[in-house]
Design a protein around this ligand. Structure first.
Ligand code: MG
Length: 174
């Protein structure tokens, strides 16, 4: 049987470059730069993936979706997140809530926060009030503040999936 709850933390950073789309939580945000990387480089989705994997002690995103594997080239990171949620569910957990921070100097992200929460909630199979997205600038400091990079942090709480526990219990009793 599983313990009541498990917490996980995730962090990611990507370099900002010209000639790339800026994708955050599956939302294409209009901007003159985008994040560099192998997949769509959705820094927020990556941090959430790592928070979930961390909570379940299932390794990290680089282990499950290595950038040496052509399958993940330009992959939608929300699809990767949906796959992580499936892994979590197979282990008998569901997501209780997720809280996140995007660290970005520009552009202004507030107009996109609600849409990001909706996309994350759908991938996580939870209600929108279980997903928080906050945006912070770097106050002109370090790589984020100089506009060279965007970073994201996430924490996730997983709880034992009651339906799954009941099924396991029935199987044990039969
Ligand atoms: Mg990443």
């Amino acid at each position: 049987m599983h313990e009541a709850g498990r917490i996980g933390i995730g962090y990611d950073i990507h370099r900002l470059v010209e000639g790339r789309k800026l994708v955050l939580a599956g939302i294409e945000v209009p901007f003159d730069k985008g994040l560099l990387g192998h997949s769509d480089s959705d820094v927020l989705a990556h941090a959430v993936c790592d928070a979930l994997l961390g909570a379940a002690a299932l390794g990290d995103i680089g282990e499950h979706f290595p950038d040496t594997d052509g399958r993940w080239k330009n992959a939608s990171s929300l699809d990767l997140l949906a796959q992580v949620v499936e892994m979590i569910q197979k282990r008998g957990y569901r997501v209780a809530n997720v809280d996140t921070i995007i660290l970005a100097e520009r552009p202004r992200l507030r107009p996109h926060i609600q849409a990001m929460r909706e996309r994350l909630a759908a991938a996580l199979r939870v209600d929108i009030d279980c997903v928080s997205v906050k945006a912070k600038t770097g106050e002109g400091l370090e790589s984020v503040g100089r506009g060279e990079a965007m970073a994201a942090q996430a924490v996730a709480l997983l709880i034992a999936d009651q339906a799954k526990e009941n099924t396991l219990r029935e199987e044990l009793n039969n």
